[in-house]
Design a protein around this ligand. Structure first.
Ligand code: ZN
Ligand code: ZN
Length: 267
């Protein structure tokens, strides 16, 4: 137990039984709250339970992944916890731009649920060894963005998800250059923009070797599976650029690598 967790428990004991919902601010009974939010807010979460597109995990019909004039895809598939609806935009804004750290627990809980469904989905086909992720990593941000925001929102989510799921976390990617805000760009502009943005961390090969050495023998020669975490999936160009670099590891170490992605929201 860390000092922080001890202090947190004391704080909980001393705090009044009536607390405000983290997201809507309404006062309510502590016992009716789920991860700090009231039942109404919890009910309003637009979970993606059945993705319509099995590649990008989109909840609505998806032209992107079937397009022939698209690009080569380096990742196996993406899954997202929720659809990027206005309420989710507000929650992400609180966490990412206003630095409201109390949201991280809520967001990680949601990612954890999405990870479990992703795992269940992949384990439906009962082939041995069962599908599992070897290492969790995240989309890196540029130094400029890091200074501006003070933290890499994707890295915090990835580290906490790894802890929750008892999986290893490693920084595997670097961002070579800063890209302008992606939100105002067309799909093809984004894809062009993302070329050569990422590179592998200098330790990336050692990391891969270590994972292969320590993984259980029961996994046989299953591919090395890497899960990339980001807050939001829009066109997939960011994830794909990361996956392109990660797939290169496979060529260097002479072992198959599969890249999956888990994002908090799918826009
Ligand atoms: Zn609420
Ligand atoms: Zn799709």
């Amino acid at each position: 137990m860390t000092w922080k967790s001890i202090l947190d428990s004391i704080h909980r004991l001393l705090a009044p039984a009536v607390v405000a919902c983290l997201t809507c601010g309404r006062m309510g009974n502590r016992s009716t709250q789920v991860h700090g939010i009231c039942p109404d807010c919890y009910k309003g979460i637009p979970w993606i339970r059945q993705p319509r597109c099995c590649i990008c995990g989109r909840h609505i019909g998806c032209p992107d992944c079937t397009r022939i004039n698209g690009y080569e895809r380096f990742f196996e598939c993406n899954r997202s916890a929720v659809a990027y609806k206005p309420m989710m935009r507000e929650w992400l804004g609180q966490y990412k731009y206003r630095g409201n750290e109390r949201y991280s627990e809520l967001l990680v809980m949601m990612l954890g649920k999405a990870y479990v469904s992703m795992r269940n989905e992949h384990r439906q086909t009962k082939v041995a060894p069962p599908w599992t992720i070897d290492v969790i990593t995240c989309v890196p941000v540029s130094t400029i963005r890091l200074e501006e925001r003070g933290f890499n929102q994707a890295e915090v989510l990835a580290i906490e998800l790894a802890e929750l799921m008892r999986l290893p976390f490693a920084r595997m990617l670097l961002r070579e250059r800063h890209t302008d805000k992606q939100s105002f760009k067309s799909r093809s502009e984004r894809i062009r923009d993302m070329q050569n943005v990422f590179s592998g961390d200098q330790n990336i090969i050692n990391i891969a070797h270590n994972i292969l050495q320590t993984r259980q023998r029961s996994l046989g020669n299953a591919p090395l599976r890497i899960l990339v975490i980001d807050d939001i999936y829009t066109t997939g160009s960011t994830i794909n650029a990361c996956a392109c670099v990660l797939k290169e590891i496979g060529k260097v170490i002479g072992y198959p690598v599969e890249v999956f992605s888990l994002t908090w929201a799918r826009s």
